[in-house]
Design a protein around this ligand. Structure first.
Ligand code: TXA
Ligand code: MG
Length: 313
């Protein structure tokens, strides 16, 4: 499963990614756990492997700033930061393009995406070989430290990953710096491989978040998350007047003005892949609310329920 960084390994990695499987790869910061960002089921597999109790948005890795501009809308600050720091240890949060093919799950339902162009030679070759944007969090189980060697990845994720490309220890060994450019004054979301002082010399003031900005924001702690504009009700046993239905499994609550099924087969991974798209589909003013059927608290079911709970407040 662990392979040295050869041409054959890169080809194999590309086949895994095309098949919706997970590949751990080195970047100059830490090892990433990569999947095709446009494939929601593959992205769901990332959350499942990390055993994360909630969905937090993932960094989308691309080979160049041009590739990034096809996914998100750049402003002048983004152009300056990208030219000065990419490829490198900087992640930029920008608004999604209307036609952005990245799955909603990868961005945890947000209208923004975090983009990064890594400098690591093998990471670049990997991104070229796969030809799709790669969603990748650090390749460790949730709540453990980020991996800076292939051994760390293997110890932390074990069989949760289909392939690990081993290209030795990461040079920086610290995650990328994350700057949110969707606020009037750019906001530092995480300190990391590139210093804020350097970035401020390039674009001026960068504000800190009010909480501890040296630590990555805890999963689900992002102040902004996708909330429906109409009421959402969990564990619904019946339909109320005018409610749209978000079903799970083979049952139904009866005829609804609109309905979606997260997974007819009762598969929580499939449900996770569909969650944000279906929430958006049913979030229409013509319905009185969204009735969501009970989803088991197993595997990704916990993360789904966590997100629904936030949306139901
Ligand atoms: O160095 C790194 O950044 C590594 C390598 C693999 O690229 N990746 C990494 O990913 O550290 P992860 O998932 O462990 O941390 C990503 C952070 C999360 O804390 C998340 O909240 C934030 O990025 N993030 C991602 N998308 C976001 C968005 N649209 N808005 C705000 N924060 C976002
Ligand atoms: Mg991490």
């Amino acid at each position: 499963m662990t392979e040295p960084p050869t041409e054959t390994a890169l080809q194999k990695a590309a086949e895994h990614i095309q098949a919706g499987r997970l590949v751990a790869f080195p970047t100059e910061t830490v090892y990433g756990l990569g999947a095709d960002a446009t494939n929601a089921e593959a992205v769901a597999a990332i959350f499942s492997a990390k055993e994360r109790p909630s969905f937090n948005p993932l960094i989308i890795h691309v080979a160049s700033a041009e590739a990034a501009e096809r996914l998100v809308v750049f402003d002048d600050r983004a152009t300056v930061l990208a030219e000065a720091n990419w490829p490198g240890a900087l992640t930029l949060v920008l608004p999604r393009r209307e036609d952005c093919p990245v799955s909603r799950l990868a961005g945890a339902g947000l209208d923004t995406l975090a983009l990064r162009v890594p400098a690591h030679v093998l990471a670049q070759q990997f991104l070229d070989a796969v030809g799709v944007p790669i969603a990748a969090p650090s390749a460790n189980r949730s709540g453990t430290v980020s991996p800076t060697t292939a051994d760390h990845v293997r110890e932390s994720l074990g069989n949760g990953v289909d392939m690990i490309i081993d290209d030795g220890p990461c040079q920086i060994g610290l995650e990328s710096t994350i700057v949110d450019l969707t606020t009037d004054t750019p906001t530092l979301l995480r300190a990391g491989g590139v210093t804020v002082e350097l970035l401020e010399r390039q674009i001026g003031e960068i504000q800190s978040t009010t909480d501890d900005d040296t630590a990555p924001k805890a999963p689900g702690m992002l102040s902004r998350h996708y909330a429906t504009s109409i009421p959402l009700r969990m564990d619904a046993m019946e339909l109320r007047d005018g409610e749209a239905m978000l079903a799970f499994g083979g049952r139904t609550l009866g005829p609804a003005p609109a309905s979606c099924n997260l997974s007819r087969g009762g598969d929580v991974k499939e449900a996770a892949a569909n969650l944000f798209d279906m929430m958006r589909q049913l979030d229409k003013p013509e319905y009185s609310g969204i009735a969501v059927m009970e989803i088991p608290e197993t595997g990704l079911g916990r993360a789904i329920n966590d997100r629904l709970r936030r949306a139901s407040r």
